[in-house]
Design a protein around this ligand. Structure first.
Ligand code: G1P
Ligand code: ZN
Length: 543
């Protein structure tokens, strides 16, 4: 077998964002673009020789071509073994589990998560390390540095591999195994949750609907809900992964999973509804006539963890990303367990999970998970909610109501302004930041500012510092207003404004969040001079 050394030149735009490198498919299709980045990853793993690499993606457009290239490069770069999901598929949480289960050195995930797919849409690639989690900040920086000075990449001159069947073959010194992408993950879920109890729930009068949005969770959800738990056929909808996700936007929120949301708010609503995203790590939870904000979901699961066998012994602690509401903190304090506030992005939970300081973690961006893998996990969250419903016999609405009565309610909404010219977005944040020195003590939107700062995080495990993680205005009554630019978009800049207010009074617990938070929403727009600087009157997406 010939190994070819190909001369190449760096691309200046291969800096990974919040979650790996995401670009338009067309960008990835440029000659050498994918190869350069993959070589930069391999070069950053000098101990790779003879080790196992897991490989798979969410099945989006360009997945198949990219996998074939990566296989040839992995063979040329001395990997000992490749574990590849059949048809090149793996959900993000499943790959995280497979890395851990087979003690692999790491894995490459091909996905742009919830971003749309197709020839004109997005593609992405990220590396997860041996703990199964996203590459650390340090490794990410190293990969980026490598991509800026790259001069060559290595590729084996071999034919494309047939990925359709579970099989094993030898390519030079690399063993290649094509494995079932679903089985190991489904087995893990069966270990964590009480499947007989969930089967009783799903085979009774209880009705659920899971929307896979034509993305990767379809086969996983069918195996778990319909095959293993015996839920009626049709419980899982849009279950076949399509290369363009059916032309939709596979992001489980009220905007992009609207048909499911409409169903749950209709007269024909089932008891429970859920959806996941393109690569299977996000989740949306709905009850009959009620939507659970992801921040509340983390808090509820923390409070109800005893309903799930794997966590019945108690939780070590809980962590949330900074913009996520503080609902989980209140529960942690009541339970007497530690709680942490990290920057946005799952990679920041890795050290806390590895050190056994936390068991659950979550983000407002529809991410919830536990120490069973090192990624957020959409189906895990759905099974966790089903466990709470099965064990308490309550409805989603009753669970939420009881939770708010006990712990108070964190009203929460995030407003996104997508595809702003990067310059005006930077200008808005710079203008806002310039006002920070004089804000403390001022009365804004009827609330007194306690702190206004640029969030910086010191990792409690390794002491590393991540600065500039979002601008925060904290009020004395517990309300918060947070501003940051997205690190996952592929066109222009996306400004995210997060609004939160905390109430305990029983008569305040059932308001409309948009109305309740209206003064904070207006304040956020005023402080950034959003309308004058961008001409935008309303956000692109509200979650
Ligand atoms: C977004 C979310 C963030 C999440 C990431 C990957 O990143 O806000 O919480 O970890 O996607 O799913 P952002 O675009 O805000 O940088
Ligand atoms: Zn995702």
């Amino acid at each position: 077998m010939d190994i070819r050394t190909v001369s190449t030149q760096p691309f200046p735009d291969q800096r990974p964002g919040t979650s790996g490198l995401r670009k338009k498919v067309r960008v990835f299709q440029q000659p050498h673009y994918l190869e350069n980045f993959v070589q930069a990853i391999f070069d950053a793993i000098p101990d790779r020789q003879g080790k196992t690499l897991v490989l798979g993606g969410d099945g989006r457009y360009f997945n198949r071509e990219a996998i074939q290239t990566i296989i040839k490069m992995a063979v040329a770069n001395d990997w000992g073994e490749l574990l590849i999901g059949r048809q090149g598929l793996f959900s993000t949480p499943a790959i995280s589990h497979v890395i851990r289960h087979y003690r692999a050195r790491g894995g490459i995930i091909l996905s742009a998560s919830h971003n749309p797919a197709g020839p004109e849409q997005d593609f992405g690639i990220k590396f997860n390390g041996e703990n199964g989690g996203p590459a650390s900040e340090a490794l990410t920086e190293q990969i980026w540095a490598g991509s800026k000075s790259i001069e060559r990449y290595l590729i084996a001159e071999i034919a494309d591999i047939d990925l359709e069947h579970e099989t094993e073959l030898q390519l030079g010194s690399t063993r290649v195994r094509i494995i079932d992408p679903v089985r190991d993950y489904a087995d893990l879920m069966e270990k964590l949750f009480d499947f007989p109890a969930l089967a009783r729930l799903l085979q009774g009068p209880f009705r659920m609907r899971f929307d896979a949005l034509h993305a990767i969770t379809g086969p996983y959800a069918e195996e778990i809900f319909e095959k293993r738990l015996g839920a009626p056929a049709g419980t899982v909808q849009n279950a076949t992964p399509l290369a363009d996700f059916g032309g939709g936007h596979p992001d489980p929120n009220l905007v992009y999973a609207k048909p499911l949301a409409d169903l749950l708010f209709s007269d024909a609503a089932p008891d429970f509804g859920a959806a996941s995203d393109g690569d299977g790590d996000r989740n949306m939870i709905l009850g009959r006539g009620v939507f659970v904000t992801p921040s509340d979901s983390l808090a509820v699961l923390t409070a109800q963890a005893r309903c799930i066998p794997a966590y019945a012994g108690g939780l070590h602690g809980v962590a949330r990303s900074m913009p996520t509401s503080r609902a989980a903190d209140v529960v942690a304090e009541a339970l007497g367990i530690e709680h942490f506030e990290t920057p946005t992005g799952w990679k920041f939970f890795g050290n806390l999970l590895d050190a056994g300081r936390i068991t659950f973690c979550g983000e407002e961006s529809f991410g919830t998970g536990s120490d069973h893998v090192r990624e957020k996990d959409g189906l895990w969250a759905v099974l966790a909610w089903l466990s709470v419903l099965a064990s308490t016999g309550l409805s989603v609405r009753e669970i939420l109501d009881q939770h708010w009565q006990r712990f108070g309610r964190h009203y929460y909404t995030r407003h996104d302004y997508e595809e702003l010219p990067s310059e005006s977005a930077e200008q808005m944040l710079a203008g806002l930041h310039a006002q920070f020195p004089v804000l403390p003590g001022q009365l804004l939107a009827g609330r007194e500012v306690a702190v206004a700062d640029d969030f910086s995080y010191t990792d409690p495990i390794d002491g590393s510092v991540s600065a500039h993680q979002g601008l925060r205005i904290l009020f004395t009554d517990g309300a918060r207003l947070i501003f940051r630019l997205s690190g996952t978009g592929t066109a222009g800049a996306t400004l995210r404004i997060y609004h939160e207010a905390y109430v305990r009074e029983p008569d305040q617990l059932h308001r409309d969040p948009q109305r309740f938070l209206a003064p904070l929403i207006q304040l956020g727009k005023d402080l950034t001079r959003l309308e004058p600087l961008s001409g935008r009157k309303a956000p692109t997406v509200i979650t």
